[in-house]
Design a protein around this ligand. Structure first.
Ligand code: AMP
Ligand code: MG
Length: 409
């Protein structure tokens, strides 16, 4: 049986980034950019005020105090028509273009407006010490110039980059596409979540759970529902699922007579990459690759028990999705923490046990939770992490360091 580390090294080898495609920016969140992006405008496009206030000739305020005639009012979106010269000021809003002649802006908080016989807008009495030319002004092109590179190929498009792409006029970019992930639940016992289970039945919780995990991992889930442990039905559903970049199955990969999934995947040309991993929960996992089609497809058969399914997804499928999406594999999200209490671990496989990780100024602590095993999804729901115990029987003491896998990503 291979180790967890060996298993995802093998998966990573079979999960290569998909070719980039033209993608609307509105759909590009989380994707990897596949082109260098340059701006078609200067930013800012004009010298602009960064405060609400009064555009002035700074020299007028040399004495720290001045009364100036207000000649105009400009807001963001309008263009000044009057020059500002000595003794004059323009009332200006944040973002508005600076009028010609002005070389500084005094904040509105430093002003007092009085009626004036000379100006219908009144006089502004401004008081400010040490006003320097350029104060409260952002010069045209200060952030970047037209033609300048603003985002490099390879960047991950976060909300910030989505904004920046819009600032430079891009409505579409070349990006590595979101992998599509078909999700197929298998088992004669499964009924849809909306039904009350009859004798011997349970609800299909894995399908929606895995679809949610896929969406959180930045990929596109296509839930195919549940299928019975029947060769023909399984073959039909698996064949349609193999049109996706990844087919994730739950159930039917263990040693029972109805565990038909690996056999049918192999029959359909999906070559086994590994079967069974030294891990608890999640040992029976199966993974293969179909390389005969137009683009390779990964087939991941996860064990049916919900916690096993979830843990296997986090350990193997999530890194594979990162790889397919061009983000590369940067290791699992782990950290070290000290145990809050003693814990007796017995088992011949490394175990990922539901736990609560707490970060504080004194460091990270981890509390293993009461948990009834791989069917106990409710026990996992109280966790924000999995604490790893190596194989073997031993008591871990409070204060001992343990490796922790983060779940709230
Ligand atoms: P299997 O891997 O098919 O042997 O299933 C192992 C256990 O997981 C059995 O108790 C199943 O009833 C349960 N199980 C299988 N599929 C699902 C599912 N989609 N949702 C919830 N439990 C499941
Ligand atoms: Mg089953």
């Amino acid at each position: 049986m291979i180790s967890v580390a060996e298993a995802f090294t093998l998966i990573a080898r079979h999960a290569q980034p998909r070719p980039a495609v033209e993608t609307p920016v509105a759909e590009a969140l989380g994707l990897i950019l596949a082109e260098d992006v340059a701006s078609d405008v200067d930013s800012p496009p004009h010298d602009k005020s960064i405060v609400d206030g009064y555009a002035v000739v700074a020299a007028d305020l040399a004495g720290g105090d001045a009364r100036l005639a207000i000649v105009e009012e400009v807001g963001a979106g309008s263009v000044p028509s009057r020059q500002v010269t000595h003794g004059m000021t323009t009332r200006i809003m944040t973002g508005a273009p600076l009028p010609e002649g002005a070389d500084a802006v005094v904040m509105i908080e430093r002003s007092e407006v009085n009626a004036s016989p000379h100006s219908p807008l009144g006089d502004a009495r401004l008081r400010v010490d040490d006003l320097r030319p350029g104060q409260n002004i952002l010069r045209r092109g200060a952030s970047f110039r037209r033609g300048e590179l603003v985002i490099r190929a390879g960047a991950r498009l976060r909300a910030i980059e989505i904004g920046l792409l819009c600032e430079v006029g891009r409505v579409a970019v070349r990006a590595v596409p979101r992998p599509t992930v078909a999700i197929l639940s298998t088992g004669n016992e499964l009924v849809p979540p909306c039904d009350l289970p009859g004798p011997g039945q349970i609800r299909n919780s894995n399908g929606p759970m895995l679809a949610a995990a896929v969406a959180l991992a930045g990929a596109r889930p296509v839930e195919l529902g549940a299928v019975r442990d029947d060769r023909d039905e399984l073959r039909r559903s698996i064949r349609s699922g193999l049109a996706a970049d990844v087919l994730v199955l739950s159930g039917g990969v263990s040693a029972g007579v109805l565990d038909l999934v690996p056999g049918i995947l192999a029959e359909l040309g999906v070559e086994q990459v590994f079967h069974k991993v030294r891990l608890k929960p999640g040992k029976p996992g199966w993974c293969g690759a179909l390389t005969s089609g137009p683009a390779p497809t990964l087939g991941c058969g996860l064990p049916g028990n919900p916690v096993s399914s979830f843990v296997s997804f986090e350990l193997f499928v999530r890194p594979a999705l990162a790889q397919l999406a061009g983000r590369g594999f940067n290791g699992l999200a782990t950290c070290h923490a000290t145990l809050t209490q003693p814990f007796i671990h017995r088992g011949e496989r490394p175990t990922y046990h539901p736990a609560v990780l707490r970060q504080s100024a004194a460091g990270a602590t981890v509390e293993p939770l009461a948990w009834q095993g791989s069917a106990d999804l409710r026990g996992l729901a109280a966790a924000n992490a999995l604490v790893q115990f190596p194989a073997g029987n031993r008591t871990f003491e409070a204060g001992e360091a343990a490796e922790v896998l983060l779940l709230d990503l």
